[in-house]
Design a protein. Structure first.
Length: 150
């Protein structure tokens, strides 16, 4: 019985709408917050080097404060922000689907918990973009650069 509610399109739309409204309110009021999300649904542009991305847990928290908070943009489908990762502060644009946000946390208190069970979001990338990202990942390792003929 519960699954018929949590997996319904109506409930998913309601959770997404509430999540968006809370994010919009926090951004409008300048309140720093964290989001907890499934890392498999998150995209990074440019993609993160393997030595950084391999350290992410399946459920990952992003803290939006300072420049990351200031760079945050929200649409009806995604929240995106710029962040630095690793010891060398590798910069990337992070995009998270609104419906993939599991929790919104302010001062260590969850103020939103997404109980919906939406269908998986297909990630489509043009073939050329996928090839370029693969080459960028390969070339991020200095040892691999000597393999390419100039």
């Amino acid at each position: 019985m519960l699954e018929t509610v949590l997996g319904s399109d109506d409930f998913n739309a309601l959770m997404k709408k509430n999540c968006y409204a809370i994010l919009e309110l926090l951004l409008k009021r300048g309140v720093n917050f964290s989001i907890l999300t499934n890392i498999a649904d998150v995209t990074f542009e440019p993609i993160l080097p393997n030595h950084i991305s391999q350290n992410f847990k399946p459920i990952t928290m992003f803290f939006l404060a300072g420049y990351t908070f200031e760079s945050t943009q929200i649409s009806d489908r995604y929240i995106s922000f710029e962040a630095g990762f690793g010891s060398d502060n590798f910069g990337s644009l992070v995009s998270v689907p609104i419906q993939s946000i599991l929790q919104i946390i302010v001062e260590e208190i969850p103020i939103f918990i997404n109980l919906s069970n939406p269908p998986k979001i297909p990630v489509k990338q043009p073939k050329e973009q996928g090839i370029r990202k693969s080459m960028d990942a390969l070339m991020s390792n200095p040892q691999n650069q000597k393999l390419i003929k100039k």
